[in-house]
Design a protein around this ligand. Sequence first.
Ligand code: CU1
Ligand code: CU1
Length: 473
Amino acid sequence: MGIRKNQSTLTADEKSRFVNAVLQLKTNGVYDRYVRQHRDLFNAGIHNSALFLPWHREFLRRLELDLQAIDPSVTIPYWDWTVDRTLTSSLWGNDFMGGNGVPVGGAVQTGAFAFSNGRWPLTVRDNPAGRVELTRAIGSGGNLPSTNAVQRVLSRTPFSTFTPDLENLIHNIVHVWIGGSAGTRSSPNDPAFFLLHCNVDRQWAIWQRLHPADSPFQGDAQFDLNSPMQPWENEISPPTPARVLNHVSLGYSYDTDMTTVITDLTVGAPPQQASIGQAGENDWYRFISPAASIYTIETQGTTDLFMSLFGPNNQSTLVTEDDDSGQGSNSRIVSNLSAGTYFVRIRHFQATGTGNYSISIGSAVQPQPNLPEIIVNGPAIQGNIAAANESDVYTFNASQIGTYTIETTGNTDTFVALNGPNNQNSFISQDDDSGPGQNSQIIRALTPGMYFVRVRHYSSTGTGAYGISVRRT
Ligand code: CU1
Ligand code: CU1
């Protein structure tokens, strides 16, 4: 796993390896392909849209993999502009990005990327008649965003309000601060682009950590979770926002990622002793639900705790939260959970509180009634509304994020309702006749989990046979 580091902490060797790998990508033409992609798509949905963060994450990761093919030790460093705010930062040293442009014309004349060094001609430009030298006008366009400004943006929720603020109030300002080439559509011509965007990408990861109950992405009128991103849309398995939500699963981490210790709990085991030792501490637990059942997670002791349950198989999907449902001011969550791995977060109810507690998990004896399961992308199940007002309930397991089509076949006028995830009472959608003939069809983007499909006849007196299937596209 490559760790992306703060550029100010890089050793001389790390800087020189990064610069050399970038120069080699320039020599073999690959670097300019990135510049061209960014330039050509600049106004085609990669900015001022929901794709801003996902697209630039994919873009950086691809460049990083290309750099690693040259030197496996290289990762993209990030530039924390709230700390390194002046030209005297080592970022602009001759051994790294090189310095500012000269007062007249703005050409950079120091470092490996100076035109005069012969290895960094700008072959891709906004305008064919434009400058062939890398140019900068550092600081001439205002100040860098402050720590407070970044904190304010990081506090914005949901994602649909966070991302435009990060893009417009923070990221744009950094481009303008560098000026010159970095302020053009061909801005990756300045290799500082990648350090700038690495820090933008890191803000998205920080935001996700700060807001675990918020969706890490929201679509807009143009793009959703499963929109293939250009210019890679014709690849066999094109990147989508859904595929880049978790940076760690893409194969890199940040040196600022929190390494959370997670304690495993066994269902039915005696209470585990623990404590909130420091104000603001979060304790994390993990347990496995081997089969759908009702679970009781509770704390014991005199400390006023707050409990959050996440899952299945995902530490950021909130199931439910509780403050005081247990004895005294203890927390207790009773929840009907599908099979999978769940995560429990315990904190003190008060931001400044500390104290000891214990935690345990029990499972109720009776599991959920055994509902017939529709296998996703498997054959249709043949059902029958044998009597008036009968309804048939099925489950299916959405094992991954995707677009699912639930549909009935046959000559019966079916009516279908979709509930879930992991909760038979949480309504998602219903449909009468969107399928062929009088069949029902529901097409929805679903997060992983168990879903429930209820089939009835559209008419309160109707009966008849039908088939029902689920497929993921
Ligand atoms: Cu961009
Ligand atoms: Cu940018």
